[in-house]
Design a protein around this ligand. Structure first.
Ligand code: BTN
Length: 330
């Protein structure tokens, strides 16, 4: 695909003339120009320099299977199939439709661009081309782990650990599936999200797919378009991640999540609770929970042993929230 080739050529951050790009890809200059506009629409920050050509405002590392695999521990590599595609509807949807891996084996699918990225509760997931990670990890559980509803929380804790290992600071988790930070004005800024989906067969193992979307470096255009959907988004580069090293970040996230899934299958949610509680951005904050038509207000009091959110009402009564959209009341 032409856009993929031009993305690959521009990734080095050097100036490439339209003519050189046309020659390298075997198309006309007007086809190059069209592909450049498409790439810009996909969120790639391409500058045009008069009489010189095109360059990325910052170099970017295309996803690379070998580079990612070389960072995996051997035990992970042996059990994991890894696929990288340029463009797909949704990596989660694709893995949910694929034959399930055996229990304790893993299929990972990553995409540079998703045309139908899925978020939680039917929302769309938007990502910046070259500045994000969009990946899904599939495995089978047999038997189903106890605490299955906590799967999203387990994945969140593992993603956070991987990001800390990559030098990111000040990241927290917002129940149930957001990777966030607090802005100086104490607003919640979303850095990434998790979408865990399940395909259970009448008999036999259940296929689970854990989808992870992370904002490594968001241009103003993508931030604005995410803001239009009502979410304040930020990126991990501003919190210390080397966003030029996408493959390293991908390997760290995949490795941690796979190890976490193995542990979750064997031990349930218990080994992850402390990490989650320490990262819980909602704890002791006034919150509002919307679920379908219902609305509840109270103070968040952390999660219980199954990963449900505890809310305390004005009369001091506590109850568990299993699903819903939570916002902080200001
Ligand atoms: C959310 O915060 O609402 C969850 C976002 C999950 C996005 C990821 S990107 C890779 C995978 N494929 C999808 O279609 N969605 C998940």
């Amino acid at each position: 695909m032409l856009t993929r080739k031009i993305f690959g050529a521009l990734a080095d951050g050097q100036v490439h003339s339209g003519e050189a790009l046309a020659e390298a890809t075997g198309v006309t200059r007007s086809a190059v120009w069209k592909a450049i506009s498409q790439l810009r629409e996909m969120g790639l920050p391409i500058e045009a320099q008069t009489n010189r050509g095109y360059r990325l405002s910052t170099p970017c590392e295309p996803l690379d299977e070998k580079a990612i695999r070389s960072d995996f521990a051997k035990e992970i590599s042996n059990r994991t199939q890894l696929g990288i595609v340029w463009e797909i509807g949704s990596t989660n949807a694709a893995l949910l439709e694929s034959p399930p891996p055996l229990p304790d084996e893993f299929a990972v699918l990553m995409a540079e661009n998703q045309t139908g990225g899925r978020g939680r509760r039917g929302r769309a997931w938007q990502a910046a081309l070259g500045g994000s990670l969009c990946l899904s990890i599939a495995t089978s559980f047999e038997p189903l782990p106890r605490d299955l509803p906590a799967l999203t929380l387990v994945a969140g804790a593992c993603v956070r650990e991987a990001l800390l290992e990559c030098g990111v600071r000040d990241i927290s988790l917002k129940w149930p599936n957001d990777v966030v930070t607090l802005s100086p004005s104490m607003q919640l800024v979303k850095l990434g999200g998790i979408l865990a989906e399940l395909r259970a067969e009448a008999s036999g193992p259940a296929l689970v797919v854990v989808g992870i979307g992370l904002n490594l470096r968001l241009g103003e255009q993508t931030k604005k378009s995410i803001a239009e959907s009502g979410t304040l988004a930020g990126d991990l580069e501003s919190l210390g991640l080397d966003a030029g090293k996408r493959n390293r970040a991908a390997a760290a996230v995949i490795g941690r999540v796979i190890t976490g899934l193995q542990r979750f299958a064997a031990q349930g949610f218990a080994p992850f609770i402390d990490h989650w509680r320490a990262a819980d951005v909602l704890r002791d904050r006034p919150i509002r929970v919307l679920d379908g038509g219902s609305e509840r207000e109270g103070v968040a009091r952390g999660i219980d042993a199954q990963g449900a959110l505890q809310i305390e009402d004005a009369a001091g009564r506590r109850s568990a929230i299993l699903a819903g959209d939570v916002s902080v009341r200001t």
